[in-house]
Design a protein around this ligand. Structure first.
Ligand SMILES: [Zn+2]
Length: 360
């Protein structure tokens, strides 16, 4: 009997090691979340008192405590609006783009609206030929399309978004990526996108992209209270996504979450918060909103970027200043690096990863 134990003990150890190895080996995952057209001003300053007090943009009867600066200390206004982003993501990870503190994040394209912005984020560089939000199949492959061709990722890359153009931007015709964009041509809500996004995560994907859109729709409608309420919901979706990630052993401590926006919004005149687009767009469309023809909508190239997870190194975050701006184009290579894929093999000409992203 003893000789049996001596004989089999090493074998048992070896079998045990084999059985436990797959569970212990890190299999990095990524979740990209975007919120359409959310200004850094509102992210870092919270509700703008001038807009909250403007009856053109906020119905005084609908002024909620959280949105009304009078109810919230100035320094807490941003955290009152987005408690998870400021209380967890910025503290444990990275949140950049606060120009009040000399930080800088920007789009690299010169259109400053959604199709060019999302294309830049997922392909890794601006495409000067994309000059409209039209149903055109994106000629460039996205990092999601590339990841979906890699062993261990195939069939585990998925997207849901609040916009009917996402299948075109991710070119589902060529990429064959599952892109859930709502029903027909009706506008899908963020509530639905949040629900479907959590379902995609529960299905155990390696790369998941969840794109919210209510913020931009409400801003264009001139509803500042609605826009801020959508930001508040956006923050709650982020918390739900991260809670799910950290409660599921498939994701826990091996998932990087990157959060950003596709463009900023105007800052001057005050009413320009509703709008966004670069000068070249107005050069091409001089009758669209002639009041912006001379300059474009100033400030709508300015964005913010957040990241959280095991590949995010806080110590390397403060490098992005006005002299050394971070670009939306860097998100694609950052995303590939965060899951251990070689971004140069995808496309060596795209923007390099953000400095705070390390290999898994
Ligand atoms: Zn818009």
């Amino acid at each position: 009997m003893r000789s049996w134990i001596r004989f089999f003990a090493p074998a048992f150890v070896a079998v045990f090691a084999l059985l436990t190895a797959p569970a212990m080996a890190a299999e990095p995952k990524l979740v990209l979340v975007t919120f359409d057209g959310v200004r850094w001003q509102d992210v870092f300053r919270g509700a703008d008192p001038r807009l909250v007090d403007d009856k053109a943009f906020v119905n005084p009867d609908l002024k909620s405590d959280v949105l009304d600066p009078a109810y919230v200390q100035v320094k807490d206004r941003a955290a009152a609006l987005m408690p998870f982003l400021h209380g967890v993501v910025a503290k444990q990870g990275v949140l950049i783009g606060n120009r009040d503190q000399g930080q800088c994040a920007s789009v690299a394209n010169d259109m400053w609206f959604s199709y060019p912005g999302y294309s830049e984020i997922i392909t890794g560089k601006p495409d000067p030929n994309i000059v409209e939000n039209d149903k055109i199949w994106n000629p460039r492959p996205s990092f999601l399309e590339y990841a979906n061709q890699k062993p261990g990722f195939r069939g585990k890359v998925a997207m849901v978004g609040t916009w009917t153009l996402f299948p075109y931007i991710l070119n589902t015709q060529r990429s064959k990526l599952p892109v859930n964009h709502g029903f027909g041509d009706a506008y899908p809500t963020d509530t639905r996108t949040g629900r479907e996004g959590l379902a995609l995560l529960k299905a155990h994907n390696r790369v998941t992209y969840i794109a919210f859109g209510d913020t931009d729709e409400l801003a264009h409608a001139g509803d500042y209270a609605g826009y801020l309420a959508a930001m508040e919901r956006a923050d709650e979706y982020l918390r739900q996504v991260w809670d799910l990630i950290q409660s599921d052993p498939y994701y826990r401590d091996q998932t990087t979450m990157i959060v950003s926006t596709d463009h900023g919004r105007g800052k001057e005149p005050l009413s320009a918060w509703r709008d966004h687009a670069g000068k070249r767009y107005f050069d091409l469309n001089p009758t669209y909103q002639p009041e912006f023809n001379a300059t474009g909508v100033i400030g709508s190239d300015e964005v913010w970027i957040a990241a959280l997870g095991p590949t995010i190194d806080r110590a390397k975050a403060p490098a992005y200043t006005l002299q050394n701006c971070a670009y939306s184009a860097q998100i694609a290579s950052s995303a590939l690096s965060a899951v251990g894929l070689d971004w140069r093999a995808f496309d060596p000409t795209i923007a390099k990863p953000l400095s705070f992203v390390k290999k898994p």
